[in-house]
Design a protein around this ligand. Structure first.
Ligand SMILES: NC(=O)c1ccc[n+]([C@@H]2O[C@H](COP(=O)([O-])OP(=O)(O)OC[C@H]3O[C@@H](n4cnc5c(N)ncnc54)[C@H](O)[C@@H]3O)[C@@H](O)[C@H]2O)c1
Length: 328
């Protein structure tokens, strides 16, 4: 039985806590949140106690730490957990600054703790199947990858202010997906971005619409399309073109029911947003972390992946500003 201490009882923290509770090999022992009310509500739901960071990390009864607090707390908490010798599953991103993320990774590596990063989309059953078929050689050599990721609507401006911007907050998932599917590091990044959806986002110096092209040393290309608005719902698709064919993972719809009438055929919209769309992925992600700890294996997604995705985000941001390709 793996006893967890979880930092953060907000949106994603509630999902992780529920997943810890449903895993027969784990239990939620302690919840830490700067909001006492949020910590208490979540702890009570799962029979856990409310703790403070120092006591919780010093507790020999805590086997693992899940960090689901606000982004600006991640690096410090990972380091504190590493110094206490506790394995960590940390939400993305490790930090908004690549150098700070690397320093944090160095502390975790020196401490020798397992550090898994919350790139949950690798655990989505559809994307995992696409990845497996790709590695099994079903489409031969991968030549062109297209990753589409569009939110149903823009986030509140208060969120945008602290998010780190579209590339580090949103496209970071797609950079990780690209690296995972390409199985090769991109060596060049070309980016174009605009603020078309919400003028407020532009006024804050951020963008809400972006296209990035990645090129690997072997010449494989990946195009990522992001928008903070898709009127038809959360648009999450991947298409991989290879020498022997194509693999495609489409949207997961609210239902498979379709209406057909004289004017045409109407299907359901994609599941509304990430909490619904990636419910299974968050569950599998946590199960993977627990299995990795139990079997002393390195998790599939580590802090190294977190830093590499951040490097791509920084390159895309730079490229979108200069209009020039950035080589890595
Ligand atoms: N992988 C994903 O799909 C995904 C989805 C959503 C959010 N996230 C990430 O998860 C993190 C949390 O996002 P959210 O949407 O749940 O935010 P949220 O604001 O709903 O929750 C964050 C919680 O952290 C708490 N907190 C702040 N500082 C803290 C500290 N020092 N110690 C303990 N708790 C503290 C806040 O009080 C709040 O309850 C962010 O880093 C975000 O990028 C990842």
């Amino acid at each position: 039985m793996i006893s967890f201490c979880q930092f953060g009882a907000g949106r994603i923290g509630q999902i992780h806590a529920a997943n810890i509770a449903q895993n027969p090999k784990a239990r939620l022992k302690t919840v830490v949140d700067v909001s006492a009310g949020a910590a208490k509500a979540l702890a009570e739901r799962y029979g856990a106690s409310v703790g403070d960071p120092k006591t919780a990390l010093a507790d020999p009864g805590i086997d693992a730490v899940l960090i689901a607090s606000s982004t600006d707390t991640h690096a410090d908490l990972v380091e504190a957990a590493a110094r206490a010798g506790k394995p960590v599953l940390c939400e993305k991103p490790l930090d908004l600054d690549r150098k700070r993320a690397q320093a944090c990774l160095d502390v975790a590596t020196k401490a020798g703790i397992p550090l898994m990063l919350g790139f949950n989309r690798r655990f989505d059953p559809n994307f995992a199947t696409l990845h497996k078929q790709l590695r099994d050689g079903r489409i031969g050599r991968l030549e062109l990858l297209a990753i589409t990721s569009r939110d149903p609507g823009p986030p509140p401006l208060d969120y945008v202010k602290v998010s780190g911007g579209l590339f580090r907050d949103m496209m970071i998932h797609d950079f990780d997906m690209a690296r995972w599917l390409l199985a090769e590091e991109p060596v060049a990044v070309m980016a174009a971005a605009s603020s078309l959806v919400d003028a407020g986002i532009g006024n804050l110096g951020d963008v809400d619409t972006a296209v990035v092209t990645l090129k690997t040393a072997s010449g494989a290309l990946c195009q990522i399309s992001n928008s903070r608005r898709a009127t038809y719902g959360y648009d999450q698709r991947i298409e991989a073109l290879g020498s022997k064919g194509m693999l495609r993972a489409g949207n997961v719809l609210e239902s498979t029911v379709e209406f057909s009438g004289a004017d045409g055929i109407v299907g359901e919209k994609p599941l509304h947003f990430f909490l619904e769309r990636y419910a299974a992925a968050y569950r599998h992600e946590l199960d993977h972390f627990i299995d990795a700890l139990e079997n002393r294996r390195t998790p599939m997604v580590t802090g190294v992946d977190g830093v590499r995705a951040l490097a791509l985000a920084e390159a895309a941001l730079e490229g979108s500003k200069t209009g020039r390709a950035v080589t890595l």
